[in-house]
Write a protein that binds this ligand. Structure first.
Ligand SMILES: [Zn+2]
Ligand SMILES: [Zn+2]
Length: 680
C-alpha cells in the first residue's frame, strides 16, 4: 500500500547577508535540497523556503565601509546568494529577504501576541557604548586584551586563544572596533522575551521522540540544568532593522526577526505563486503541514528553545523536527578566513561542476550532527571511483553496446541470467527509502555503489561484448537487464545529483523514475518497447588541477625547485618519421579489467578498438590503477604490436603509460574520441 502523502514546509537556515555563501553553508543547502527532492519524488507536497538574514550591526557597518546604504548592500548580496544557490541546484521555492514588508508584518504581529500574553519584560542592561560613534557596541565590536591569558586583540565576548568567556567591560584596554577609542559602559532599558517561563514545555519538547537527534537533545541539557535565561529581543538605535511599535529608538534584534523570516518567505511564496492563500495555510496552529528546519549545531539553542516558545505563545505552528548537522572541515582543519580556507561557493563553481560536491556531501552526511571532512584527495577518489567510474561507466558501457552493435532495441522480456541480478537490486529499494527518510544519505550512496558493483560484476562474468556476433539475443537480454538496474541507480541518485540523473534518464529513453513509482516496482522496471536515447559519458573525471583551484597554492619550496626533473635524461636514439609511422597507435576503450592471478603488476584488459570484437591486452599497470578505475576509460594502444603470451594470456597490443613504473605510472589519455581513432 502506498504511504500517505503529506504536506511539508522545509527550511534551510538563513545565510547572513554580510558575505558570500561558503562551502560550509553549502553543506546544509545541499543536505536540505536532497531531502526535499526525495520527498517530492516520493509524492509529497513540499514548500522549500529560505531568505537572507539582513538586519543588525555587521551588515550596517559592512555597507558603511563600502560607502553604500544597507539596502543597496543587501540587494547585491541577495543577488549573489540567489545565484550561488541556483547554480548548486538548490530547488528552493522562494529565496526571500528578512528586510521585507512580509517580515515586518509578521514580526509586529508576533511581538504583539507575545506582549498580549505578558511574555515581554523590561529590564535595564549595562552595555558598552562608544561616545564618538554614539552607539551601543555589540560584543564583537569591542576588542582588547584578554583578562584571563592576557592575549592581545581579543573580541568582547570570548578569547580565541584561551577560550574564556567574559563581558566586554572586563577586557583590559578595550577599544571600539569602529573608531578605536575606549568605550564606556551605559545603562539602557531592553525588552526581553520571558523564555524562563517556558522551561517545562521546552524540556518536554526537546525530549519528544523525533524532534531532535539524541546527541543534540543531550547538548541542551546543560541549559535546563542551569535554568533558561530570558532573551533580549531589543536593540538601541542606530540599528539596521525594524523599529519596535510603541517604543522610542528601539529595534527588534536580528535574532527575533530572522526566524520569522521563514514565515515571511512562505508568505511571499504564497502571494507570488497563488499556491496558498497566505503563510498561515502552513503556519497556523491547526495547519496540516509538517514543518522541519535544517540547521547547523551552532544555532541549536536558538531553534530548539527560543523559537518554539515564541511560536507557541504567538499561536503559530511549531516545527515537528529539527535536522541538525555538523560542521565541514577542510583537509582535517577548521575552515578559516585568515588561512584562506573559507572557500566560497563561487570559487567551487568556477573550478568544477557542483555535482561533484553534491555527491561528496551526500556520501558523508549521516543522520546526526557529526562534523565531516572535505579531504581533497578523498573527494577526488570517491567522486571518480564511485560516481564517474563505477556508476557512470556501467551506464555508458551498457547503453553504448545496446545502441551501437545491437541497434538500440531492448529485449522484451528479462533474460534468465539477469533475473537474479534484477531481483537483488529491487530488493534494496526499502533500505534506500528508509535511509532517505532518516537523512542517512551516506547509506544511500553506499547501497547505490554496491548495486552498481554487482551489475558491473554481472557484465564482467557474462561478457556480452563477446557474444555480439555469436549470440546477439543473449547479449541483448543481459544488457537490457543491466539497463533496468541503471534506471534503478538513477532513481536512487536522483535527489543527490539531479543534473546527472536527468541526462541519464534521457539516455535511457524514459522520463525520470520517481520513488513514488518505485513503491510498486516490478520486473522489468521500465517498458522494454521504448526507444533508447543517445549515450554519452555522464560526467568527466574530476581532475587534480580542478580540485587544487579550491585552495590558494602553497608557497613554492626551494627544495622542490632544485630537485631533478627526471625527464629528458634517458633519451633514446633518433629515428626517422617513416620508422615512427610504422607504429599503429589507436584510441581504445576499456570494457573490462581484472587482476591477473599471482602477478602483482599485471591487469588483463578487454579493450574495444572499434573492431568486430574487443581485444585482450595484458598491461603492467596494476600498481597504479585498480581494475574498477580503468573500466570505461579511453587509452592509447599500440595496435600492431606482435601478439605475445604473458602468464598464459595472449596479449594483443600495448597500453601507453608515462612514468617510472610502479605506482607512479599514468595512462596516456586521449580524451573522448571514439574507439579506433588513429593517434598520430
Ligand atoms: Zn585569553
Ligand atoms: Zn567608536
Amino acid at each position: 500500500m502506498p504511504a500517505k502523502k503529506k504536506r511539508f514546509l522545509i527550511t534551510s537556515a538563513l545565510p547572513y547577508a554580510n558575505g558570500p555563501i561558503h562551502l560550509g553553508h553549502m553543506t546544509e543547502y545541499v543536505q536540505t535540497d536532497i531531502y526535499v527532492r526525495y520527498l517530492r519524488s516520493a509524492g509529497h507536497t513540499v514548500t522549500f523556503v529560505c531568505a537572507d538574514d539582513t538586519h543588525g550591526t555587521p551588515v550596517e557597518l559592512a555597507a558603511a565601509k563600502q560607502g553604500v546604504t544597507p539596502e543597496a548592500f543587501i540587494a547585491q548580496v541577495w543577488a549573489d546568494h540567489r545565484r550561488d544557490l541556483a547554480d548548486f541546484g538548490i530547488s528552493l521555492d522562494v529565496f526571500h529577504t528578512t528586510n521585507s514588508p512580509e517580515n515586518r508584518h509578521y514580526s509586529e504581529l508576533i511581538y504583539g501576541r507575545l506582549k498580549d500574553a505578558g511574555d515581554i519584560l523590561r529590564r535595564p542592561v549595562r552595555q558598552t557604548y562608544c561616545e564618538v560613534d554614539r552607539r551601543f557596541l555589540p560584543d564583537r565590536f569591542v576588542r582588547g586584551t584578554c583578562p584571563n591569558c592576557k592575549s592581545k586583540d581579543q573580541y568582547g565576548d570570548v578569547c580565541e586563544v584561551c577560550g574564556k568567556a567574559y563581558r566586554p567591560e572586563e577586557l583590559i584596554d578595550p577599544r571600539c572596533q569602529i573608531c578605536g577609542t575606549p568605550p564606556v559602559t551605559r545603562e539602557s532599558e531592553h525588552l526581553f522575551f520571558a523564555l524562563s517561563r517556558h522551561q517545562g514545555f521546552l524540556a518536554e519538547l526537546v525530549r519528544s521522540p523525533g524532534f531532535l537527534p539524541p546527541a543534540s537533545a543531550n547538548q541542551l541539557q546543560a541549559f535546563f540544568d542551569q535554568g533558561l535565561q530570558d532573551w533580549d529581543i531589543s536593540r538601541d538605535a542606530p540599528y539596521f532593522g525594524f523599529a519596535i511599535p510603541g517604543e522610542k529608538d528601539k529595534y527588534f534584534s536580528v535574532w527575533l526577526d530572522a526566524p520569522i523570516g521563514y514565515i515571511a518567505a512562505t508568505e511571499k511564496w504564497a502571494k507570488d505563486t497563488g499556491k496558498a492563500r497566505s503563510a498561515l495555510d502552513l503556519w497556523a496552529e491547526d495547519a496540516d503541514a509538517e514543518i522541519r528546519h535544517f540547521i547547523g549545531k551552532d544555532i541549536l539553542y536558538f531553534h530548539a528553545l527560543f523559537w518554539p516558545a515564541v511560536l507557541k505563545v504567538a499561536r503559530f505552528k511549531r516545527p515537528s523536527r529539527l535536522h541538525v548537522h555538523g560542521h565541514l572541515t577542510l583537509n582535517g582543519e577548521k575552515m578559516s578566513k585568515s588561512r584562506g580556507t573559507l572557500i566560497s561557493a563561487r570559487t567551487a563553481l568556477d573550478a568544477f561542476d557542483p555535482t561533484y560536491l553534491r555527491y561528496f556531501y551526500a556520501a558523508n552526511l549521516g543522520p546526526g550532527p557529526e562534523d565531516f571532512d572535505l579531504s581533497l584527495p578523498e573527494f577526488r577518489a570517491r567522486v571518480n571511483g564511485e560516481l564517474v567510474n563505477n556508476v557512470g561507466n556501467l551506464a555508458n558501457r551498457t547503453l553504448s553496446l545496446l545502441t551501437g552493435p545491437l541497434g538500440g532495441t531492448l529485449a522484451t522480456s528479462p533474460g534468465s541470467a539477469g533475473r537474479a541480478l534484477l531481483e537483488a537490486a529491487l530488493a534494496r529499494i526499502p533500505e534506500v527509502v528508509a535511509a532517505y527518510e532518516a537523512l542517512d544519505f551516506r547509506s544511500v550512496v553506499r547501497t547505490t555503489v554496491e548495486v552498481s558493483q554487482s551489475a558491473n560484476q554481472f557484465l564482467q562474468s557474462r561478457a556480452p561484448w563477446t557474444r555480439l556476433r555469436t549470440e546477439p539475443e543473449v547479449a541483448r537480454a543481459d544488457l537490457s537487464d543491466v539497463a533496468d538496474v541503471v534506471a534503478l541507480l538513477a532513481t536512487f541518485l536522483s535527489p543527490i545529483v539531479p543534473a546527472v540523473t536527468e541526462r541519464l534518464f534521457a539516455q535511457l529513453g524514459t522520463p525520470p523514475l520517481t520513488f513514488e513509482a518505485l513503491a510498486e516496482a516490478a520486473i522489468p522496471l521500465l517498458p522494454r518497447s521504448r526507444a533508447l536515447g543517445v549515450p554519452s559519458p555522464l560526467l568527466p573525471r574530476l581532475e587534480e588541477t580542478q580540485v587544487n583551484r579550491l585552495v590558494p597554492p602553497a608557497p613554492a619550496s626551494p627544495a622542490a625547485a632544485a630537485a631533478p626533473s627526471g625527464g629528458g635524461s634517458g633519451s633514446a636514439a633518433e629515428i626517422d618519421i617513416e620508422t615512427f609511422a610504422q607504429v599503429d597507435l589507436r584510441v581504445g576503450k576499456v570494457l573490462a579489467a581484472e587482476r591477473v592471478p599471482k602477478a602483482d603488476k599485471l591487469l588483463k584488459l578487454t579493450i574495444d578498438l572499434g573492431e568486430p570484437s574487443p581485444r585482450t591486452v595484458v598491461s603492467g599497470i596494476a600498481e597504479a590503477y585498480t581494475p574498477e578505475a580503468l573500466v570505461g576509460r579511453s587509452v592509447v594502444l599500440v595496435a600492431n604490436l606482435k601478439a605475445r603470451k604473458l602468464r598464459g594470456i595472449e596479449s594483443r597490443g600495448m597500453v601507453l603509460a608515462a612514468g617510472e613504473g610502479g605506482t607512479a605510472l599514468r595512462l596516456v589519455e586521449p580524451g573522448d574520441l571514439p574507439p579506433g581513432t588513429p593517434v598520430k
